[in-house]
Design a protein around this ligand. Structure first.
Ligand code: SAM
Length: 290
């Protein structure tokens, strides 16, 4: 059963997503596109998988050279409609309402000289290893650059510390591995797995941390996130549902008092076809707690 995402949730997370994403990887992608396109007038083709309501488009399009032709693909027609109505909608040449649970959708074959970027955000932790293997093979066949942002990596840290934190995190991370419509999900392994598969196909790969740092100014997102975690943890360990619920209540009290802070780890991964070498302003790996 494919996952549907609430437009309100996607709007709530967008500012935190934009603040967390790696600009160093976008800069490297920008340099690649400028170098490989046939002429400065040649359009850059961007294929956005699981585009939702266009958060990735709004973040990435201003960081890449113009002209750009975006294709947005998602199984949710209403989200795509919102993406095309919003900022950045002028870049969208095609929207495809498609359920790609059975396999990655067919990628475009741009004419020679037109660079292709295959991108997505907050998607890969939902997919299976087999699904991602097929996507990477299709990207490699076309010499496409690959940028997948915001794959959750299993790190959740909350302050002040609570005795229920470790059990909650472990249950959430087990739930992450359950089928989200694509077969057993990669969950927190997704970013590392993508990086390895791209290297196997000869890509030059860079990975960066993309950490949500949620303090009192992002209380709405923190609160919605905790509700989701309590539900996921309770689904995977029903016997501990009451303990997880109490954990959520204690955390919410911290947030209501303006004391609580949540840090959530994600990975951004960029793969550039190997023959291109670019200086990435190398991001340092840092702990969620740093
Ligand atoms: C967490 S949301 C991320 C949306 C957007 N990329 C962003 O960063 O806000 C995951 C997206 O994947 C889409 N999705 C999930 N399963 C899908 C499937 N089987 N086929 C097509 N799209 C799917 C959802 O509709 C949703 O828009």
């Amino acid at each position: 059963m494919s996952e549907h995402f609430d437009a309100g949730w996607l709007s709530l997370r967008e500012p935190a997503d934009h603040a967390a994403r790696s600009t160093a990887l976008a800069d490297a992608l920008d340099a690649w596109a400028r170098q490989v396109r046939a002429t400065p007038q040649t359009p850059l083709r961007v294929f956005d998988l699981g585009a939702g309501r266009g958060s990735g488009l709004r973040w990435l399009a201003p960081r890449l050279p113009e002209p750009q032709h975006w294709t947005l693909v998602d199984h949710d027609a209403e989200l795509l409609e919102a993406a095309c109505r919003g900022a950045g909608g002028e870049y969208v040449r095609e929207r495809r309402v498609e359920d790609f649970a059975a396999g990655p959708p067919p990628l475009p074959d741009p004419p020679p000289g037109e660079p292709l970027v295959v991108t997505g955000s907050a998607l890969l932790d939902l997919v299976s290893a087999d699904w991602l293997d097929r996507l990477v093979a299709a990207c490699a066949e076309r010499g496409a650059a690959v940028l997948f942002a915001l794959s959750y990596d299993g790190r959740i840290e909350a302050s002040p510390a609570d005795h229920g934190d470790a059990a909650l995190r472990a249950a959430v991370n087990r739930h992450q591995l359950t089928d989200k419509g694509f077969g057993p999900a990669l969950g927190p392994r997704a970013g590392e797995y993508l990086a390895r598969r791209l290297e196997d196909h000869g890509y030059a790969v860079e990975m960066a941390d993309a950490v949500w740092d949620l303090d009192a100014s992002r209380a709405g997102l923190a609160s919605a996130l905790m509700d989701g975690w309590v539900a996921a943890a309770s689904a995977i360990e029903p016997g501990r549902a009451a303990a997880f619920r109490e954990w959520g209540e204690r955390r919410r009290a911290h947030i209501d008092r303006g004391e609580g802070r949540l840090r959530v780890g994600h990975r951004d991964v960029l793969g550039l076809p190997q023959k291109f070498s670019v200086e990435v302003n190398r991001p340092t790996r840092r702990s969620v707690a740093s």
